[in-house]
Ligand binder design. Structure first.
Ligand SMILES: [Zn+2]
Ligand SMILES: [Zn+2]
Ligand SMILES: [Zn+2]
Length: 173
């Protein structure tokens, strides 16, 4: 069984396992775990524990979030309710509605298919966010922290650009 301990085989196992299954398995194993196992797990999960106790500020929706609870659909921005209708075709009853905020078009009879302009993962990296630009198209609800006024509120720790940490954080492809 030795070879199951190699980083390669553990990597393979982790990568091929659904996150939920992994979580459940660990939860089930906890009551039986020895002190040594528990402290090993705690060590391995140190970064998760840290992420769960240090809130970040999302530069898209401007809400507080925790990285370990940041799902692909955590960051949501609602339409701001300024929709407008137009006859789909002249002489036809059907209307096409357009949300002024994001330009989403939908059939007036069906109603808006989603409550949100944007559903994504929270981020701290402004480069990942498509901000509204009055010259170009874009979503009027998506503004920078500066425009939103977040920056005034003790928002320290500007994103580290030239890596003090050799690993570049993003780049998970
Ligand atoms: Zn967000
Ligand atoms: Zn919208
Ligand atoms: Zn902000």
């Amino acid at each position: 069984m030795r070879e199951n301990n190699s980083p390669e085989s553990l990597k393979k196992l982790l990568e091929s396992t659904e996150p939920e299954y992994l979580q459940q398995s660990l939860l089930h194993a906890l009551p039986e775990a020895t002190d040594v196992q528990l402290s090993a797990l705690a060590t391995l999960l140190a970064s998760v524990s840290k992420a769960g106790s240090s809130p970040k500020h999302c530069v898209r929706c401007h809400k507080k979030f925790y990285e370990n609870r940041n799902a692909q659909d955590s960051c949501r921005i609602e339409h701001d309710g300024r929709e407008d209708g137009e006859r789909t075709e002249i002489g036809d009853d059907a209307t096409t509605m357009v949300e002024a905020c994001c330009g989403l078009e939908y059939d007036g009879d069906d109603g808006c298919p989603t409550q949100f302009c944007i559903i994504a993962a929270h981020t701290t990296d402004p480069e990942e966010v498509e901000y509204y630009d009055s010259d170009e198209e874009g979503n009027q609800n998506v503004v920078t922290c500066k425009e939103k006024g977040c920056t005034k509120k003790k928002r320290k720790a500007p994103p580290k650009r030239n890596g003090s940490n050799s690993r570049t954080k993003k780049k998970q492809k």
